[in-house]
Write a protein that binds this ligand. Structure first.
Ligand SMILES: [Zn+2]
Ligand SMILES: [Zn+2]
Length: 266
């Protein structure tokens, strides 16, 4: 089962309508899509998209770029939304972005921690965006992990070995975006090679980061097939076997998404 575990169907830079994006994704074999709501005041708008399609679900949170004016300091709103909404299957994206640094670090941290509390309470995946912030991401996750487990997903993984190791140690997952197919990304691929196959998901992060051979174009969920097939080759696996493995990983992590769960966790 091929899944786009992270995209932004509501984004103004998407070149196609959500209807067209989903239609093309289905033609490419994509069976589930998680579209990400990046601010709570966009929740209704993103939900309107998700409810139109049986195979589209939502992560809901406040993106680190949005924290300056939309950050949260309590988990309550996320908990209430998720409890009432079968389409909300993950908490986030949330996390730390020290590359763009659009919001003060302390505010990013506060909002991140509120999302962690929500994810633990709900037992839903915490969808983490982390850029140039491996050390703080690791220490915040570990600190909260000691108080009780929560399901972890590092989306669009671009981190170093220490972050990969920490995530695996905390039973988490990493998601591979189009970046991992770029020629220049050999160091990143070497880190990903150390992560067990049962901890890998694939995503587009559309409209950004289109994989090879569409690099530089506007991304869309259908293109997740290129990233999955790239990794199947790298892993020496059949196309279908890699899609089945990452599809089962997705269903293991995203426990609220309907689907046939056939693998037992190794
Ligand atoms: Zn992100
Ligand atoms: Zn995103």
């Amino acid at each position: 089962m091929l899944v786009d575990s992270h995209c932004h169907l509501d984004h103004s830079k998407m070149e196609v309508t959500p209807e067209e994006a989903v239609r093309r994704a289905r033609l490419a074999g994509v069976e589930r899509i998680v579209t990400i709501c990046t601010r709570l005041d966009r929740y209704e708008l993103v939900r309107e998209i998700a409810v139109q399609f049986d195979d589209v679900y939502m992560g809901v949170g406040v993106h680190p770029h949005e924290v300056g004016d939309a950050g949260i300091d309590r988990p309550d709103a996320l908990i209430d939304l998720a409890a009432a909404d079968p389409k909300m299957v993950g908490v986030g994206e949330t996390g730390l972005d020290y590359f763009y640094d659009f919001a003060p670090k302390a505010q990013q941290r506060t909002s991140f921690e509120a999302h962690i509390l929500a994810a633990r309470h709900l037992a839903l995946p915490l969808i983490i965006h982390t850029r140039d912030a491996d050390d703080d991401t690791i220490s915040i996750l570990r600190e909260h992990w000691q108080d009780g487990a929560f399901p972890i997903l590092i989306h669009c993984f671009t981190g170093g070995q220490a972050l990969a190791d920490a995530v695996v140690e905390m039973d988490g997952f990493i998601s591979l975006s189009g970046i991992t197919t770029f020629k220049s990304a050999e160091d990143l691929r070497a880190v990903i090679d150390t992560v067990p196959n049962n901890r890998l998901l694939v995503e587009t992060d559309a409209p950004y980061l289109a994989p090879t051979p569409h690099r530089g174009k506007t991304n869309e969920p259908a293109f997740v097939a290129h990233t999955a097939d790239y990794w199947a080759v790298r892993k020496g696996m059949e196309t279908e076997a890699f899609r089945a493995q990452t599809g089962q990983n997705f269903l293991t992590l995203f426990s609220k998404v309907p689907g046939e769960r056939t693998f037992t966790d190794e």
